[in-house]
Design a protein around this ligand. Structure first.
Ligand SMILES: C[S@@+](CC[C@H](N)C(=O)[O-])C[C@H]1O[C@@H](n2cnc3c(N)ncnc32)[C@H](O)[C@@H]1O
Length: 342
């Protein structure tokens, strides 16, 4: 992450990202001049990207949303019991908050809901609808990059907190980044906090590949929207027809990879840089890591969490993990018997 790309959201209720276009430009140039070329999946999510993602969640091939929603509906009461009275629920990457509504309906004593999302305009619109539907819960949206330091609204600083991270968004991180993210989430949530995480599981390759190559081409449009965004926000003139959506399961790395492949040899001009593409060269736009219940448990343990419950669906397509922070190790003090020696 470059210095330009770093920002800290400090206002109590924020629905505008500060410095976002400067960091977008810097990251796009850095990513397209790197070898191999890559862009962060967080940049999929402008307003159009968020709306396209919502369409993906309804596709017949896209099993994750339906499956996770089923698990959360079945376990809503168990989840409500995990959330302390008068707590604030902090969601990382809230999107439309559709799944969160299941938790909000069931958790009667919730004081506040803090959806954190990078898609500022979409976030603001969703918060408006949530306020109308849940008038007793304080809705405090924060537009921020959840992987960077951000400040929680003042109104929730003294409240107990629970975290929610559905959608297998954690799979977009490299495993070591996912571990770092969990440590960061632990700091945001505070001592003894519970974090509920949705994680997509390894399964039949055909099922996985179909989920990211839908027949209607919505996932392709979502991927290509990144180039559209570069055109509209950074003044590039990329011919969208000269790139194609590719998605496949990389078994060795246990991840779906999404790429944008250049259909021809071409040169793009961006911020004074010339960016050359060979025919067939790709921009790596997303990874979606698939875990097993055990491999994700090991990752969570590495970040200092205990996996206190795991729920899956009948086909074991998706998992929802309840993570609690391990007790802080006691500070090391010399044992009296040893202190006396020598
Ligand atoms: C895969 S969608 C999941 C949405 C929703 N939680 C769900 O389960 O359907 C990822 C969400 O995280 C947001 N997001 C992605 N990267 C982000 C980042 N670095 N910081 C904040 N939000 C991010 C996106 O805008 C999007 O709403």
């Amino acid at each position: 992450m470059t210095a330009l790309a770093r920002h800290v959201t400090t206002v109590a209720e924020s629905t505008e990202l500060s410095g976002s276009s400067a960091s977008f430009a810097a990251d796009v140039i850095a990513g397209l001049t790197a070898t191999p070329k890559r862009l962060s999946p967080k940049y999929f999510y402008d307003r159009a990207g968020s709306e396209l993602f919502e369409r993906i969640t309804e596709l017949p091939e896209y099993y994750p949303t339906r499956t996770e929603t089923g698990i959360l509906t079945e376990r809503a009461r168990d989840i409500a019991k995990l959330i302390p009275e008068g707590a604030a629920l902090i969601e990382f990457g809230s999107g439309s908050s559709t799944k969160t509504r299941i938790v909000l309906h069931e958790t009667k004593s919730l004081a506040a809901y803090v959806p954190v999302d990078i898609s500022a305009e979409f976030l603001s619109q969703q918060a408006g609808t949530l306020r109308a539907d849940f008038p007793k819960i304080k809705m405090l949206p924060v537009a921020a990059d959840f992987s960077e330091p951000f400040e929680l609204p003042g109104a929730v600083q003294q409240l107990p907190r629970a975290g929610f991270f559905p959608g297998s968004t954690i799979g977009n991180f490299e495993p070591h980044e996912a571990c770092a993210f969990l440590r960061h989430a632990a700091r945001v949530l505070g001592h003894g906090a519970v974090l509920i995480v949705g994680v997509d599981l390894v399964k039949d390759t055909g099922v996985l590949q179909r989920a990211y190559n839908d027949k209607q081409g919505v996932t392709a449009a979502f991927n290509l929207n990144l180039l559209k965004r570069i055109n509209s926000e950074l003044g590039a003139k990329i011919d969208l027809d000269s790139f194609e959506h590719h998605a496949f399961f990389n078994r060795e790395r246990s991840r779906i990879e999404m790429h944008l492949a250049s259909l021809k040899r071409q040169r793009l001009k961006l911020g004074g840089e010339c960016i050359d593409f060979r025919a067939g060269e790709t921009i790596h736009t997303e990874n979606s890591y698939k875990y097993t219940v055990e491999s994700f448990g090991a990752l969570a343990r590495g970040a200092g969490f205990v996996q206190t419950a795991v729920w899956t669906d009948a086909r074991s397509y998706f998992s929802v993990h309840v993570l609690t922070l391990r007790e802080e190790p006691a500070p090391t003090r010399p044992r009296p018997d040893l202190a006396a020696v020598g």
